[in-house]
Design a protein around this ligand. Structure first.
Ligand code: PAF
Length: 282
């Protein structure tokens, strides 16, 4: 397994894989890897000749006062895990090489980013779209793998890939959960034991929404109110948003008529967690 820090070197090597007829599976990450990342890597490994992983905590997707500085990092541990799943190449650039002096080009996906996390984290998806565009241009993967936990991100990236004619397939794989239901996230490491216990309300409220749809409830506001009630009953939780939306446009819905995205973002202390499920009609 090779670890490369220089964009030009990763570009040259990936170009040689491509011209040698090898398919490239790419898993972009911000490191501090967990089972969610590893499941993406295992699938990418099985579906591609070459597995490329990037580890880069991207400053442009963090707003002022967000957790860029305190975002958990463990490069050494991450490299061991990537080696174990059979990674071929790990790209670990510095902020300075990704955003050198004078950098002023950004990629913006509109509309899809006005809602949900985009509404509460202005500029976040501009940073994501920009870094993902740079990574796609450097690595030119045949397939790129993302987790459903970041549902809005996956919709934004699919749109970006279609709109800017990237020649690659976006693969979105299911959220991996802890045995008690908490969605795996690098940020879980920052929860206190009390917050970790309180955070179980997220998946519980999502499952409740699914249950209510199964029982025949179709009024989205009524279901959101019940979810909010459950979360607000947890003293350590502070709701950012709870929404039932169209899974393609991400627009909030009033009435449940087809497949629906139930999504939420909730803070526990300074840690903001997101989760979602797709609910299909019975
Ligand atoms: O999902 C993430 O970890 C990040 O948003 C990504 C896609 C690696 C871009 O920095």
């Amino acid at each position: 397994m090779q670890t490369i820090l220089e964009p030009s070197a990763v570009q040259r090597l990936c170009e040689s894989f491509r011209s040698g007829g090898k398919t490239i599976g790419f898993v972009p990450t911000m490191g501090f890897l967990h089972e969610g990342h590893l499941s993406l890597m295992r699938t990418a490994r099985a579906e591609s000749a070459v597995l490329v992983v990037s580890i880069f905590v991207n400053p442009t997707q963090f707003g002022q006062g967000e957790d860029f500085d305190s975002y958990p990092r463990d490069l050494r541990g991450d490299l061991i895990q990537i080696e174990r799943v059979g990674g071929d190449l790990v790209f670990t650039p510095s902020v300075g090489v990704m955003y050198p002096e004078g950098f002023c080009s950004f990629v913006e996906v509109t509309e899809l980013t006005d809602v949900l996390c985009g509404a509460s984290r202005p500029g976040h998806f501009r940073g994501v779209a920009t870094v993902v565009t740079k990574l796609f241009n450097l690595i030119r993967p045949h397939r790129a793998y993302f987790g459903q936990k970041d549902y809005q991100q996956s919709v934004v990236i699919r749109r970006l890939v279609a709109d800017l004619n990237f020649d690659l397939k976006v693969v979105v794989l299911p959220t991996i959960r802890e045995p008690d239901g908490l969605a795996m996230s690098s940020r879980n490491a920052r929860l206190t034991p009390e917050q970790r216990r309180a955070a179980l309300v997220l998946y519980r409220s999502l499952r409740h929404s699914e249950e209510r749809v199964r029982e025949g409830e179709r009024n989205a506001k009524a279901i959101c109110d019940e979810m909010r009630g459950m979360i607000e009953a947890e003293p350590l939780a502070r709701i950012d948003y709870v929404a039932l939306c169209d899974p393609e446009t991400l627009k909030p819905i009033d009435w449940i008529e087809g497949c629906t995205l139930a999504a939420l973002a909730v803070r526990f202390g300074s840690t903001r967690l997101i989760d979602n499920i797709l609910i299909s009609l019975p």
